[in-house]
Structures are given as structure tokens and as C-alpha cells.
Design a protein around this ligand. Structure first.
Ligand code: FES
Length: 108
């Protein structure tokens, strides 16, 4: 529990994502607009790894049914789509992040 070291800040380029596991939790780190965000790396719809998705304008697009998740809040911006249906999806879990001496820490 508490903040855990994740990676160094210079190991994640601007507008990219990287997956890691901290305290058994799969976490996706996102570098967006000079900020680091941490979000669960399991889509709240059906659990797909968001690390295999894409990052666009501060949203992670799930590779499975294309739900779009705001990396700052975990809020669903666009629902999962299966055929013609848009399915309700709860928000993704987000984790507090702090940066000290060029190192990223995530509270898990
Ligand atoms: S598993 Fe992510 S949108 Fe369905």
C-alpha cells in the first residue's frame, strides 16, 4: 500500500502509454500534455488490456469494443459498442501519481 516506484519519467515519452504491475495491480501509465496519469489496465467493460488500445486526445480507446476512457478521471467518454448497441460501462479506476526527482510513483 502507499506510493510505489513505477518507472523513471524519461522512460515514458509524451503521448505514449506503458503497462506495468504494481502490488499485483495491472496499471497503465499515460504521459499526456506533460502530466502522468495512472489507470487500471483492465477495461471496465470486459477486462481487455487497455495497453493494447490507442491513445487519442487524452482518451484511451479500448481495443476490444472501442470504449473511450478519459485518462484523467477514468470516466467513460464513449461507451463500448457491440454491433449496433452502445453498452453502459462503469468508470475505470484511476490511481494517484506523484513525481519526485524524475521518478514516477503510483499509489496502489
Ligand atoms: S472490453 Fe473494452 S470496450 Fe469491451
Amino acid at each position: 500500500m502507499g506510493y510505489q516506484f513505477a518507472i523513471k519519467l524519461d522512460q515514458i515519452a509524451e503521448e505514449t502509454m506503458t503497462r506495468l504491475v504494481l502490488d499485483t495491480q495491472p496499471i497503465l501509465l499515460v504521459h499526456h500534455q506533460a502530466q502522468i496519469y495512472a489507470i487500471q489496465d483492465a477495461c471496465p467493460h470486459m477486462g481487455a488490456s487497455l495497453a493494447k488500445g490507442t491513445l487519442s486526445e487524452g482518451r484511451v480507446v479500448c481495443p476490444k469494443h472501442k470504449a473511450q476512457i478519459d485518462v484523467k478521471t477514468g470516466r467513460i467518454v464513449s461507451k463500448a459498442k457491440v454491433l449496433f448497441l452502445k453498452l453502459p460501462t462503469k468508470a475505470a479506476k484511476v490511481y494517484p501519481v506523484k513525481i519526485e526527482d524524475g521518478k514516477i510513483f503510483v499509489e496502489v
